[in-house]
Design a protein around this ligand. Structure first.
Ligand SMILES: [Zn+2]
Ligand SMILES: [Zn+2]
Length: 238
């Protein structure tokens, strides 16, 4: 008898080939926890992958949400991010799960997301190079692991092509204008990997897409060093 990775309720797992190979990762959760995960299904914003059915019609046009339109209207950010795709809606349950995964060091819990990340990567970004969003050295030291690295490991080979140029600041402390106009990029390409990213399609991996600012700065650093295009794949869309 296995236990739910999140709430530890005993669960009966059906013997199947997929489960045997660890592909049915959602079966790592009990039925109750599983039912709390909201998979993002079309219609989705063509840019950021948020659910359009949750938005009032006046907040999107031609399949693109207003947030994304504002990013694209800014010449500095136009076309920087090809698109983002996220697997789940960032609801209160997922917030708890990611907190346990990220801050309480429950490394194994990341496996819950493995199967759907694999499916999304296969259908949306197949053949591209995986690059995890890096943590600052200090954050890495505090947490002991980078959640984006762990998520990458479930998808395939990744290249740690980016590093943080300074300590991350809390995004919530910045307003939108600040985020958009901030000059200094908190990310830079690790010189050792520069050749590997040239003319390559890249998929950034992270746990959450919230404002889209993190993945855009990371994408900009990669494009400036010759990457062909940059998209992103996250577990949750905030
Ligand atoms: Zn559970
Ligand atoms: Zn959007």
């Amino acid at each position: 008898m296995n236990q739910c990775l999140y709430c530890y309720t005993p669960i009966r797992t059906k013997a199947s080939w997929a489960a045997f190979f660890g592909l049915e990762a959602e079966t790592l959760l009990c039925e109750t926890c599983r039912s709390n995960l909201e998979r993002l299904v079309p219609p989705l914003c063509g840019k950021c992958g948020r659910s359009l059915s949750k938005l009032d019609e006046k907040f999107y046009e031609d399949g693109i949400c207003r947030d994304c339109t504002r990013w694209e209207e800014n010449v500095q950010w136009q076309g920087i991010l090809t698109r983002n795709r996220s697997v789940y809606q960032y609801n209160p349950f997922l917030k708890e799960v990611t907190a346990q995964f990220k801050y309480r060091g429950d490394y194994a819990l990341g496996a819950v997301f493995a199967s759907q990340l694999l499916v999304s990567f296969g259908s949306e970004f197949k053949g591209s190079l995986l690059v995890p969003i890096p943590l600052s050295k200090q954050r890495l030291y505090e947490r002991g692991f980078n959640q984006a690295d762990v998520l990458c490991q479930f998808i395939g080979n990744s290249v740690p092509a980016l590093h943080r140029t300074n300590h991350e600041e809390k995004q919530s402390k910045r307003n939108r204008a600040d985020r958009i106009n901030r000059k200094e990029n908190p990310f830079a390409v690790v010189s050792h990997f520069q050749k590997q990213i040239e003319s390559v399609h890249i998929t950034l991996v992270d746990d959450i897409y919230t404002t889209g600012s993190t993945v855009r700065y990371a994408a900009k650093a990669l494009l400036d060093c010759g990457a062909q295009s940059v998209s992103s794949l996250t577990v949750a869309r905030g």
